[in-house]
Design a protein around this ligand. Structure first.
Ligand code: SF4
Length: 95
């Protein structure tokens, strides 16, 4: 229907809606998620991710909190992101 998400990574959840495979499980884990949550993880289809994923902005990335981001992190035992998580690292002074 003109979407960007690879169809084989989705499942039908009702006559009108699809979801990413794995996200409807009791312990949701999207089939597109690569790596280990809490260590090093990323979306394997970032440029093609669904609109619902595009709407969840990581907390404080753009200067605003995100209750949905905090909730998702908490489900994996991770602390909420803070503004400091987005601070630019200090550059070493050249001599
Ligand atoms: S951002 Fe990527 S890995 Fe995360 S839920 Fe969406 S499609 Fe899955």
């Amino acid at each position: 229907m003109g979407g960007t998400v690879p169809a084989e990574l989705t499942e039908q959840i009702d006559p009108h809606r699809l979801a990413m495979r794995g996200t409807q499980a009791r312990q949701p884990h999207c089939v597109a998620l690569q790596g280990v949550v809490g260590e090093s993880a990323h979306c394997g289809i970032y440029a093609q991710r669904p609109s619902v994923c595009r709407e969840v902005i990581p907390a404080w990335e753009s200067g605003a909190p995100s209750a949905q981001c905090d909730k998702a992190r908490a489900a994996y035992g991770l602390a909420p992101l803070t503004p400091e998580d987005w601070a630019e690292p200090l550059q070493p002074q050249s001599a």
